[in-house]
Design a binder for this molecule. Structure first.
Ligand SMILES: Nc1nc2c(c(=O)[nH]1)N[C@H]1C(S)=C(S)[C@@H](COP(=O)(O)O)O[C@H]1N2
Ligand SMILES: [Mo]
Length: 198
């Protein structure tokens, strides 16, 4: 393993840990939807059914991911829908600089628009050539490999376009609003002016 691939303070564990807060939700394809709402350009929200979402073009991303508890999972082969596809299908208002990613049970994480639009951010449906397992987010998770993994929300159900930034689940509980592992942005007390909502 090249050391340069591991951000400061991280290690590669034995095995591939699975972690999340709360229970694994059950996927119900008939009632599942993916909503894009908030500050859309049209003022309307849009929702995709599971068959509609599955038909969107898929691409591959090879990336590592880094949990703030210090383990890193290296070389994950994700397949899924690029955020650029969704941003083109349901354009945000010109003033949108942030988004909230929403999941089952109300889990959420906020991202800067630039982090959502980054080339390795993906709405993943597959890991290593198989559909995601239930505990890794089946049927859909976002992966944001360049930020700490609490931002890689499992069981995703939607995107809320935000004009003003707002903190998500862990960001409200003392974790850093931006969460760059290369800069060890772990906790909110490390935030510099402009890195979090006022
Ligand atoms: N919906 C949801 N997504 C979540 C979490 C969670 O509690 N709920 N935990 C996050 C955290 S802290 C980590 S480290 C990764 C773990 O992903 P893994 O279980 O695939 O290793 O999922 C993230 N996504
Ligand atoms: Mo984590």
């Amino acid at each position: 393993m090249e050391e340069s691939r591991l951000p400061p303070g991280q290690y590669v564990p034995r095995g591939r840990p699975v972690i999340h807060y709360g229970r694994v939700p059950q996927f119900k394809p008939e009632s599942w939807d993916f909503r894009i709402f908030g500050a859309t350009a049209s003022g309307e929200e849009h929702s995709f059914s599971w068959p509609e979402f599955e038909q969107l073009p898929h691409t591959d991303v090879l990336a590592d991911f880094h949990c703030v508890t210090k383990f890193s999972l290296m070389g994950n082969e994700w397949r899924g829908v690029s955020p650029s596809v969704l941003l083109a299908a349901v354009p945000p208002d010109a003033g949108v600089r942030h988004v909230m990613i929403w999941a089952e049970y109300g889990y959420s994480a906020n991202l800067r628009m630039s982090d959502l639009a980054a080339p390795t951010t993906l709405f993943a449906t597959e890991l290593d050539d198989k559909p995601l397992s239930p505990d890794r987010g089946f049927p859909l998770r976002i992966v944001v490999p360049h930020l700490y993994a609490w931002k890689s929300v499992k069981w995703v159900r939607g995107i809320e376009y935000l004009i003003e930034d707002r903190r998500g689940f862990w960001e409200e509980r003392g974790y850093h609003n931006v969460a760059d592992p290369w800069r060890e942005q772990r906790y909110s007390y490390q935030e510099e002016p402009g890195e979090g909502p006022p």
